[in-house]
Design a binder for this molecule. Sequence first.
Ligand code: UGA
Length: 434
Amino acid sequence: MKIGVIGAGYVGTTTSIVFAKYGYQVTLMDTNLEKIKTLYQSKLPFYEEGLKELLHDYIVEQRLSFTNSMEEIMKECNILFITVGTPSLENGKADLSFVEEVVTQMAKYMDDYKVIVIKSTVPVGTGDKLNDILKNELKIRNKAPTFDLVSNPEFLREGKALFDALYPDRVIVGCESTKAREIMKELYKDVDTSILFTTIKEAEMIKYASNAFLATKISFINELARLCDGKGVNINQVALGMGMDKRIGPDFLQAGIGYGGSCFPKDIKALLALAFDMDTPMPILQAVKDINETQSQWFMKKVKQELGNLEEKRIAILGLTFKPKTDDIREAPALKVIDYLLKNKASVTAYDPQGSEHVKKIYPTVTYTPTPLQALEDADAVLLLTEWQEILDIDWECAKSIISNPLLFDGRNALSPSNMMKLGYRYFGVGNTN
Ligand code: UGA
């Protein structure tokens, strides 16, 4: 089996490295030559712990190679994963143009049997559409269709990509041919988990449904946090108590300033757009989106209440990325917070271990510091927005002496309110403030 992966983004690069780890020969393709050059130098086009070392090893061992040629990858590989992006269009729908272009190009070089595996997140029914495109293109070339289409959605998280790809909770394979099913079974034989075989449409829906449900848990706990706030009820304790019920589970019940990233916001919009098209409203999902979109406003209202006029106030932001252990700032709540602060003429200083360079391009007037303590100098308030370990590890006692006003807004409920109060901070969290 020779594996080809098309699209050297987060999912594609991780998938390639993980299949190389399982001993397969993998070729990763991207039309962006710069990306290919970067990978050849054993460099990742994004930050993710643990991947760089493996990338280097597998290049040296010649298990992993790169190309920008569709012809080459189609000649060499018999299983082809599509991992290109499906960003949001203006109307919220997933933009399928990259996926469609990939299969159109594939058909040009398809001369023998191929398993085409869709890993990109695509709306229900996309498999059928891609099938049609492939068949039409092959017909133009007078070729009989010699492929099977498979939907194999990805469930890895940024920051934990390697772990999630190596130890998945489950593998979903949407597949309607016995031959392709056996190939997929063989492909995943060394992965210690269950494989659920479904139809292609079911697999497509499982991906959206999983992300939507996780986002629902987050918005539910955030809505409840608003209710707990100021009532002497700590949302963290409530989540702990709820999570002890196995039917509920403890994960994704961490209240905060809302979810971000390249997946939840985009996928929820796409599912809502699909529901709209099918004239089947999804009020729960709409509420999930609305709560998330207003969560940072709710948080900033607290800041405003405490500080009054924000003009010329020095605000220190700790954490910019949408979650720790990534340099990804897409849909990061910190962006909305910075926007609000700058519009209110505050002076903003920010620290993030990985995200500063990216945010600097959008907000050049913010001061970015190389250490967290430098960001705190003379601050009138501190806003913790991403729970990076190096931020939690700050010597908060020492920090207090350089902050002008020890006022702390913890947007991730990542610090202990009682400890911070003992150190003399006025502490405000999300649903854990008395
Ligand atoms: C998410 C899913 O968790 C993955 O299973 C999926 O494969 C991926 O999307 C995708 O579709 O590609 P990811 O966006 O990398 O992964 O990150 P998550 O760990 O899910 O976090 C998403 C956001 O929710 C972050 O902003 C995080 O801070 C927030 N979050 C998470 C909370 O606010 N509370 C929680 O309890 C958990």
